[in-house]
Design a protein around this ligand. Sequence first.
Ligand SMILES: C[S@@+](CC[C@H](N)C(=O)[O-])C[C@H]1O[C@@H](n2cnc3c(N)ncnc32)[C@H](O)[C@@H]1O
Length: 278
Amino acid sequence: MVVRYKWAGTVFDPEFNDARWNDEWLAVPIAPIPSGEHPDGFRVERQPLEVAEIFGRHYRMEPPFDCRLLYDGDGLLWMSDTPQERMMMYNNAQRTRGHVLIGGLGLGLYPQYAAAAGATGFTVIEESPAVQAITGPVLESVLDVPLMVYTGDVSVELAGPVTQRYDTIFLDIWETLDPVHLPWINRLRNHALRHLVPGGEVLLWGYFWMVSLFVDACHQLLAVKPGQRAAWLAEGAASSPHAVALLTPVVQHFDDVDDMEEALEWCRRHIVNLALPD
Ligand SMILES: C[S@@+](CC[C@H](N)C(=O)[O-])C[C@H]1O[C@@H](n2cnc3c(N)ncnc32)[C@H](O)[C@@H]1O
């Protein structure tokens, strides 16, 4: 079932799955960010990837995939442009139209795929000056559509007054695809919808995947007898206290489950609508 959520003619489609396998991304040239030392101790390394994990499966890359790894000032791996990342950015680019607001810049994959797919301009809000210094010049050298990059917190901008409207807003500021982020992401989404032109669309990296993980967890939970579910969660079946908190309304809502499909549909709707308060 396709569920579309509309606010004042704008669209967010929780059924859009950007984790769809494709190999079309291979045909779009991506300018690599330069390897080496960058300001504030940031470092980019080039690494030939012989085996890549893509959507939970391992694939041998022939020839090895030329990957870039960005390490932060503490030497921690922060970002990489793996095949999975590229596929997901490519898929989001195919849904993209017109003038795009992006938060945040990262390694600049998405704007390059979106430009190739016909986007007409980009406004980027990126909180890290180091990322801007590393990725900004590369993008400026390859994009033939306008690009404006601002330093800031995109969540603050989205919560603030509407000064400009966009055809597409693409957000990718969470570090992992953990469903515990969803209430916060849903608040970002609700704020973002206000900044669209009628018919505009909000795209959220990995959203369908995160919802599916939540629904899978609900399925496991609801397979446990009603009286034992809370204890099952408390004993560590959920991955973290945040996950327990996310699943507790499911424990409270259901007693015996006669129709699992119907129950899981409730779970799906629940998580898509659950947003942190302003
Ligand atoms: C995973 S990367 C984005 C990758 C990007 N989509 C690409 O195509 O390469 C996430 C980026 O968001 C930035 N970021 C994180 N939180 C932010 C925030 N609240 N506002 C703006 N940028 C943010 C990070 O500094 C990082 O550059």
